[in-house]
Design a protein around this ligand. Structure first.
Ligand code: NAI
Ligand code: 15L
Length: 267
């Protein structure tokens, strides 16, 4: 179905998991500013900075789908976020338009909607309430995706990913966890859908304590297989009572809603 897929952020946590999985189905070109360890047979590699417009345009050439996962993946200074996540995401979408790419799947984040209180019930129509400059950049990517779909017909899914890792690591993760295999399934559904159009999806496993409602994108057929609840006994064993007014407890974005979010290093 696709002759070549560009994966940005290929050297990152999710990129490293996705490369071999995707490459089983479609030829991939892996792009990151960091080196790619041991390229797979037939895997193409493009080493460049997302902020380098010409290099990104070149990396997208010949790709009929893009998975845009490269980013500063936590809070940064505004200038760091501006270069990597805002300019970088523009470069990827504009490169896709120039290259005639059909679909762009964007790794958005729950931090685009981080300031919703945990008791709210939100779905794909929820307007952004970003909790950081990082969250603002994800909201920008969603918005850019909407514009490139409406104006240029590039189909697009923004995945508002929760916490994607091997296992949930804290109480919040019982709601926000996305297993690696569910992430993979979600991407495959987006790439294989006959018609994707423009979609906002929450990247979460089938968690008993889930906060987010994917019913408006049910037509894409994403059926997560994992549930964070199996980790609840271990995670809650020594759990202390939390202050419900602490922003890290009150809002979906957790610690990103406080004055002390995790920060990207500055050089
Ligand atoms: P990561 O930090 O492990 O990987 C991000 C990759 O982007 C890194 O390999 C980094 O070198 C690359 N990158 C950063 N700035 C760059 C630049 N200027 N030019 C080129 N490459 C650059 O992050 P992870 O966990 O793999 O996340 C992948 C994507 O998913 C990110 O966009 C992140 O924001 C998003 N996401 C991840 C979540 C998670 O729980 N892992 C949750 C929500 C969103
Ligand atoms: C994200 O957007 C980050 O990229 C990831 O490192 C986690 O912190 C995740 O959100 C989360 O909210 O758990």
């Amino acid at each position: 179905m696709y002759k070549r897929i560009l994966l940005t952020g290929a050297a990152g946590l999710l990129g490293q998991y996705l490369r071999p999985e995707l490459h089983k189905r479609w030829p991939i070109r892996s792009c990151d500013m960091r080196p790619i360890d041991k390229p797979l047979p037939g895997e193409e590699v493009a080493t460049c900075d997302l902020a380098d417009r010409e290099a990104i345009f070149k990396a997208v050439e010949g790709c009929d789908a893009v998975l845009h996962f490269g980013a500063i993946s936590i809070e940064g200074t505004f200038d760091q976020i501006l270069q990597a996540n805002i300019n970088g995401t523009y470069n990827v979408f504009e490169g896709a338009r120039r290259a005639g790419t059909k679909r762009v799947i964007f790794a958005s984040s729950n931090h685009a909607i981080g300031y919703y209180p945990r008791e709210s019930h939100i779905d794909s129509d929820a307007q952004p309430r970003p909790d950081t400059y990082y969250g603002v950049s994800k909201s920008f990517g969603e918005s850019l995706g909407s514009m490139y779909w409406s104006k240029y017909g590039i189909e697009h899914a923004s995945l508002r990913i929760g916490s994607c890792r091997e296992e949930p690591v804290d109480r919040r993760g019982l709601s926000t966890w996305l297993s690696f295999r569910d992430l993979h399934q979600m991407i495959v559904r987006c790439l294989e859908a006959q018609r994707l159009g423009y979609a906002i999806m929450y990247g979460q496993s089938n968690n008993t304590r889930a906060w987010w409602d994917n019913s408006k994108v049910a037509h894409l057929g994403f059926q997560p297989q994992d549930n964070a609840e199996k980790f609840a006994p271990a995670l809650l064993k020594d759990a202390k009572l939390e202050n419900p007014e602490d922003p890290a407890v009150k809002y979906m974005g957790g610690v990103f809603c406080t004055d002390n979010p995790p920060k990207w290093p500055t050089n």
